[in-house]
Design a protein around this ligand. Structure first.
Ligand code: 5RP
Length: 224
């Protein structure tokens, strides 16, 4: 099976976690795109979705699924999103699609986080994937130096030769060379650096469930 077929398989499997009559939180990325496509078959049974990016909003709306602002809904029953890495406790690195800030906001408003990923995303310790960090542009080079002091090499993410601009009008640093053995402490520390909007470690908003796409089928990992 190709990686995309594994992603499609878990995207479809995530439908079982969507509660009829409840607004669903929707993440961002190629795995989530498969979920959104599958969700279209359920659209009469849910009021709609809260989305974590302009890209997911556009895809949801194109399929006729209403999209609500976070402020217009209360607690969200379930949030479905992908990950760049997931560790044995459900801590993740996210933000490969630059949507980490809104992803963390929707995850924080949700009762359960169901992560959908192909099995290449599973790691023992977070840090193999370059860690995305959304930053206020004027603070970027100071934050690069703060990561260097931790042994990380941070680089500004580019798009078409210019700094990538997120949905929030900010920039992304990608940090290589980190080994994140204590994700909870790491997330708390980096989040307090002035100019950091969001660090792409999701430990405080970890997954409760991961639907992992493997050649043998969907494996369900539970972390609570
Ligand atoms: C976007 C994300 C994605 O969930 C993550 O990058 C995984 O993407 P994909 O499903 O395309 O592999 O965090 O900001």
């Amino acid at each position: 099976m190709t990686q995309d077929e594994l992603k499609a398989m878990v995207g479809r499997a995530a439908l079982e976690h969507v509660e009829a009559g409840q607004v669903v939180g929707v993440g961002t990325g190629s795995t989530v795109n498969h979920f959104i496509d599958a969700l279209a078959g359920m659209k009469g049974r849910i009021p709609g979705a809260v989305s974590s990016s302009e890209a997911s909003t556009a895809r949801l709306k194109a399929l006729g699924i209403p999209v609500f602002d976070c402020n217009a809904v209360g607690e969200i029953a379930v949030y479905i999103d992908g990950a760049d890495e997931i560790d044995p406790r459900g801590h993740m690195i996210k933000g490969g699609g630059a949507a980490l800030t809104r992803e963390k906001i929707v995850a924080a408003q949700s009762r359960r986080f169901v992560c959908i990923a192909d099995d290449s995303k599973r790691v023992d310790v977070l840090g193999r994937f370059p860690l995305p960090v959304e930053v206020i542009p004027m603070a970027a080079q100071r934050i690069v130096r703060q990561f260097a002091a931790l042994g990380g090499k941070a680089e500004l993410r580019l798009s078409g030769g210019a700094p990538l601009v997120t949905d929030n009008g900010q920039h992304i640093l990608d940090v290589r060379g980190l080994r994140i053995g204590d994700p909870l402490a790491f997330e708390s520390t980096v989040n307090q650096w002035p100019g950091v909007v969001t660090v792409g470690v999701f430990a405080h908003q970890k997954a409760q469930v991961c639907l992992l796409g493997t050649a043998q089928g969907v494996q369900t990992l539970r972390f609570d």
